[in-house]
Write a protein that binds this ligand. Structure first.
Ligand code: GCU
Length: 422
């Protein structure tokens, strides 16, 4: 009897720990990638073939977008615009006289709650209608450049104490310059518009702060299952900055290139899918939940991302942990939602966690939608060698090196934008 119950308890413990185990081991070899079938881009849920741009735009695109919105990233529950754009700084001769610097705080308010989103802009001197790269940064606007006049969290730094806010660490100033080829952009005639993503929604598993909290009904303290996680909130933020850029006379609103790295590359793709005002969308090393095909399960998997970052996606997306084949979409469909606008997917050779091959295959598999528009996507099924970019309406490169944003990446993005804007 005792032995029996001991066995029963052991069995219960084992099965419980198996149930609790959310992820399987990481796939690191191409030979371990499971067989999979991608959901068809050009066939509607009802099984109708999509043969024209009209079919795509009227039926297939909306159903794919809707699925990503409700099952993957989460819907934005209501509308909200900024009510004040406060000019904090204007310097006509920044960066050694090559650029105009502007800093603007965007204020959002609903009921008792509010957020402030500080925007930093460098625009080429002498240009009145510049194309721009719009990109979130991870560590604060002041991390982009050693320029000491960059506000910290939208506030002037106290010259005596060096402090702008309790979180300000003076050594973070200029800490990320290597990721921002500002001089190259300005030389090529592009401006840069950037925002710290944490100002829209702090990147932590806590829905009590950031923009989500502005939208809650009384008593609500987290989004509903089909509502926005943080990625969707950050994507919303990019659209609100776009609203502001439409009013900014120094910026050409028809030439706003949305770029993002890693989690912010996932964000850029979702923002680009939602908002056609972004003329070009660039995903740099975005990986799982970004450009990489989920069904390959190579590197980071859906279950890893939902376990480690439970706040990024809609709660509904957690239903697909270890169950990717149940998704009605895969990430090639997200890329296809940019069509016919140019889209660029970039990978890095030493970034297996983001599955470079899965990113390439997704970009390639988005091609049929570009072809409906008589645009060239990626024709080859062969992954290009390192540092051999493809710049058609779908762009791709595999940069040599690690998970990062480098000058090489920016050089490609500038060339790509030049090619499509000129
Ligand atoms: C982690 C995460 C990735 C993400 C990356 C980043 O590695 O697993 O999904 O892209 O962080 O944003 O830097």
């Amino acid at each position: 009897m005792r032995i029996k119950s001991a066995l029963l308890i052991t069995a219960l413990i084992v099965s419980h720990s198996l149930l609790g185990q959310k992820t399987t081991p990481t796939i690191k070899e191409e030979s371990e990638v499971p067989q999979y079938v991608l959901p068809q881009l050009l066939k509607t849920k009802k099984g109708k073939s999509v043969k024209t741009v009209r079919d795509w735009e009227r039926s297939r695109r909306p159903e794919i977008h809707d699925y990503f919105a409700h099952q993957v990233y989460g819907v934005v529950p209501a509308e909200l615009n900024y009510h004040k754009a406060e000019l904090m700084d204007y310097e006509p001769a920044a960066l050694g006289g090559t650029a105009v610097r502007k800093q603007v705080n965007l204020h959002f308010k609903k009921g008792e709650k509010s957020i402030v989103v500080p925007v930093l802009m460098y625009l080429p001197s002498g240009s009145t209608n510049a194309p721009v790269f719009l990109a979130y940064n991870f560590k604060g606007n002041h991390s982009l450049s050693a320029d000491t006049t960059i506000l910290v969290d939208g506030k002037k730094v106290n010259q005596l104490t060096g402090e702008a806010s309790k979180n300000f660490n003076p050594s973070s100033r200029g800490e990320r310059t290597s990721r921002w080829a500002i001089d190259k952009m300005i030389d090529a005639g592009y401006g840069l518009v950037t925002v710290n993503y944490n100002t829209v929604d702090p990147d932590k598993n806590d829905f009590s702060d950031g923009v989500h909290a502005l939208f809650y009904a009384p008593g609500q303290n987290s989004p509903k299952k089909n509502e926005w996680g943080s990625l969707s909130a950050w994507a919303w933020g990019m659209s609100r900055v776009m609203d502001f850029l439409e009013t900014e006379p120094l910026v050409d609103q028809d030439k706003v290139v949305l770029m993002g790295h890693s989690r912010l590359g996932k964000t850029a793709l979702w923002a680009g899918a939602n908002d056609p005002r972004f003329s070009i969308v660039i995903s740099n090393n975005s990986g799982c939940g970004g450009a990489a095909l989920s069904r390959r399960r190579f590197g980071e998997k859906v279950s890893d991302i939902n376990t480690n970052y439970p706040h990024w996606f809609a709660k509904n997306f957690h239903n697909f942990n270890e169950n990717e084949s149940a998704l009605e979409v895969d990430q090639h469909m997200l890329i296809a939602l940019m069509a016919p606008r140019p889209v660029y997917v970039a990978s890095a050779s030493k970034d297996p966690w983001a599955d470079p091959r899965g990113e390439f295959l997704a970009a390639q598999a988005a091609t049929p939608v570009y072809e409906l528009y008589k645009k060239k996507g990626i024709e080859t099924k062969e992954m290009p060698a390192v540092n051999t970019p493809i710049h058609e309406s779908v762009g791709y490169h595999l940069r040599a090196g690690k998970h990062d944003v480098t000058d090489y990446d920016w050089e490609q993005y500038i060339l790509f934008a030049d090619q499509h804007f000129k």
